[in-house]
Design a protein around this ligand. Structure first.
Ligand SMILES: Cc1cc2nc3c(=O)[nH]c(=O)nc-3n(C[C@H](O)[C@H](O)[C@H](O)COP(=O)(O)O)c2cc1C
Length: 170
């Protein structure tokens, strides 16, 4: 039997996990669970950034960003980049990862992440809640030849998870 929830956030809390990414803007790194594919044509993605983050300032200043996909075994990197602000420290140094220059945008990307996606901000969603959503058109992509989607890290409501079991082709 179903009950009508009083808490309107209950439906959001019931969602399954999302892929976790590391957003790079200029020389900063930020962990983001608010991330989704946006369109196949043109290839684009979207990411939600809270206005109190240093990354939010950088996004509005540079209007471009990198999406770096970590593997599930890089959880420590994810924790570090999601717990301290780049206003105070260099997160590349703190997390012990290596920056490399993007080719189509003026930003660093994380060498140790198996996938790096370079994006230009093409839209900022003007219905602002806790997060400001930025739509990014993909300008360049770097992928390790040994990367498989199952290696990615998932997250939602305080829980880190691995990608689930393959069932069947759609
Ligand atoms: C697992 C995890 C997921 C997070 N997801 C987001 C997110 O989607 N959007 C956001 O604005 N902050 C998110 N955060 C918080 C920021 O990563 C964190 O506050 C970070 O220190 C901000 O860095 P900055 O000030 O250098 O931008 C998340 C943190 C963690 C640990």
């Amino acid at each position: 039997m179903k009950k009508l929830e009083n808490n309107l956030s209950a439906g959001i809390m019931a969602l399954p996990s999302f892929p976790l990414v590391l957003v790079t803007v200029s020389h900063n790194i930020m962990t983001a669970g608010a991330f989704h594919f946006y369109s196949f044509k043109p290839p684009s993605v979207m990411v939600g950034i809270m206005p109190d983050k240093y990354t939010y300032e950088l996004m509005n200043e540079h209007n471009e960003f990198g999406i770096n996909i970590p593997r599930a075994d890089q959880i420590e990197l994810v924790r570090t980049c999601g717990s301290v602000s780049g206003r105070q420290i260099d997160k590349y140094q703190k997390a012990g990862v290596t920056p490399f220059e993007a080719v189509e945008i003026n930003s660093t990307l994380i060498k140790e992440c198996p996938v790096n996606i370079e994006c230009e901000v093409v839209h900022k969603v003007d219905f602002i809640g806790t997060h400001q959503w930025f739509v990014g058109k993909i300008k360049a992509v770097h992928i390790d030849d040994v990367y498989a989607r199952d290696q990615a890290l998932m997250f939602w409501i305080g829980e880190y998870r691995k990608v689930g079991k393959f069932l069947e082709k759609a």
